[in-house]
Ligand binder design. Structure first.
Ligand code: HEC
Ligand code: HEC
Length: 437
């Protein structure tokens, strides 16, 4: 590994070029939060974009309340609006410490299979443990988290403390959890820029899955679509192929709202009261509102504060260290969308095994086969704005970029080892660079 001072000229030029082209879609904005589109909109599109933003921020209310077009919440749900979880379309705040899980943290569930795999959903809960309910209904369970310290030592003798989560799921009747239940804790990721990820051609993603000598090999997130297969790219495990299905799933499972795309909400299979509860129309989210929030999601760009943009431009060494350490093998930049836009999302949109420590577990704590989509790193600076505490990785266990890197095992273990072997100043330089993406 070269030291931070030995700057190879060729790589500097590449880094400068990357910074220049990325500016076409990553917009500078004083607070990083006011939404903007990644292309020019005509008047109709702009009106729809604004309506979609409003729908994203709308707090839904239980069926039958005089609330115009925004009723039908629940009866079981997790949060009342998209924004309550996605926090100005940025990643969720996530769990800060021991105690009850916050409402933006979603415990998805699965059913353990004989072959060590996981089937998504469980008859006992549906796909998601709904931790809130409208009047007259009880939530499916209360979820709390306890962290255990896990030291991580580096070759230079420095150490950091990692925090390993354990989950407690308490049902209202105190009944024991099914033996084959798998707990799949999930943070709300950033929702910005998903339309751009959707616009990357399948062929380009699949080309990245070809074996490369010495590099990690990702797997495409194939989803069985009945009459064939489609390439998944959204969610921590690439479980949704389109922004539309991701949005429909969010309405149905986390808010209890039906749409034209998903007509059933997320009830346990035996829960007739949930299924037959009063509803807020058929579907509950009217087509116009669904289409608006979808258009908004597809068009919203990724924002960066001028301060983060300046730091990114100035830290050429950060980009070099990121590439040389092997981070960029998975966190890939330099994609071209269907429209010919160059984007730098820092993901290969492929799945990787990051080791047992990060794997989903059954209720006995046994890790099961888990593959994670390389998390896009663009927009990470907006999550750090104003010195807010940040929570990273699929379950929010990492409390800093440094901790997130230290959790990288499995296929990413060689990159982590190279990172750990850097000088302290080089590690800091790389971390600073990632925090300005
Ligand atoms: C209760 C919290 C919660 C609510 C409410 C919620 N989300 Fe999410 N959102 C999540 C979680 C958790 C994930 C990750 C899911 C996964 O990994 O399977 C997610 C994923 C996403 C993604 C995929 C991002 C990516 O890069 O893969 C988008 C887009 C999104 N949500 C949009 C929405 C919209 C639009 C709404 C409102 C209709 C919404 N969400 C409501 C928690 C929430
Ligand atoms: C083998 C592929 C691979 C390599 C190499 C790799 N990563 Fe990752 N990275 C991932 C995956 C997959 C995730 C999501 C894991 C999860 O959420 O459990 C991730 C998550 C992250 C996150 C958290 C993002 C978020 O939204 O929470 C950061 C930060 C990160 N990686 C930085 C790095 C850095 C820095 C390096 C180089 C030292 C690196 N990664 C190397 C695959 C990789």
């Amino acid at each position: 590994m070269r030291s931070a001072s030995g700057r190879p000229a060729g790589l500097v030029v590449v880094a400068a070029l990357l910074a220049a082209t990325a500016a076409a879609v990553v917009d500078e904005q004083p607070d990083g939060r006011t939404p903007g589109a990644w292309r020019a909109l005509d008047a109709d599109e702009a009106a729809r974009f604004d309506l979609g933003h409003a729908v994203f921020n709308t707090s839904w209310v239980p069926a039958g309340q005089p609330a115009g077009r925004r009723d039908g919440l629940g009866p079981l749900f997790n949060s009342v609006s998209c924004d309550a979880c996605h926090n100005s379309r940025r990643r969720g705040r996530g769990p800060l410490d021991d105690g009850p899980a916050p409402s933006d943290f979603v415990l998805q569930v699965g059913q353990r299979q004989a072959d060590g795999g996981i089937a998504r959903g469980h008859p006992r809960f549906g796909h998601v443990v709904n931790t809130d309910a409208v009047a007259g209904f009880v939530p499916e369970a209360a979820v709390s988290i306890r962290y255990r310290a896990r030291p991580h030592a580096r070759p230079d003798g420095s150490r950091i403390t990692l925090w390993s989560p354990a989950y407690q799921v308490e049902t209202p009747d105190g009944a024991p959890l099914p033996d084959d239940l798998v707990l799949m804790p999930r943070m709300a990721p950033s929702a910005q820029g998903v339309g751009l990820l959707e616009a990357i051609p399948d062929s380009a993603i699949l080309a990245g899955a070809q074996p490369r000598p010495g590099g990690p090999r990702g797997e495409p997130a194939w989803i069985d679509a009945g009459n064939g297969r489609v390439l998944g790219r959204f969610g921590w495990q690439g479980t949704e192929a389109t922004v539309a299905s991701q949005v429909a799933v969010a309405f149905a499972r986390e808010m209890g709202l039906t749409s034209a795309m998903i007509e059933a909400i997320d009830c346990a299979s035996h829960d007739d009261a949930c299924r037959n509860a009063a509803h807020g129309g058929t579907p509950e989210v009217e087509a116009e509102l669904f289409e608006a929030v979808l258009a908004f999601q597809r068009l919203e760009t990724v924002r960066r504060t001028p301060d983060a943009a300046r730091r990114l431009r100035e830290s050429r060494d950060g980009a070099r260290l990121f590439a040389n350490t092997g981070c960029g093998d998975c966190h890939r930049s330099g994609w071209t969308t269907h429209d010919g836009l160059r984007i730098d999302p820092y993901t290969d949109l492929l799945l990787h095994d990051l080791g047992d420590a990060l794997a989903d577990r059954d209720i006995h704590g046994t890790p099961l086969r888990s593959r994670w989509r390389t998390a896009p790193l663009w927009g990470i600076s907006t999550a750090l704005e104003g010195g807010r505490p940040i929570r990273l990785l699929h379950d929010g266990r990492a409390r800093s970029i440094e901790e997130a890197i230290a959790w990288h095992g499995g296929a990413a273990a060689p990159a982590r080892a190279r990172f750990d072997a850097l000088h302290a100043e080089e590690r800091q330089c790389l971390i600073d660079w990632v925090s300005s993406l």
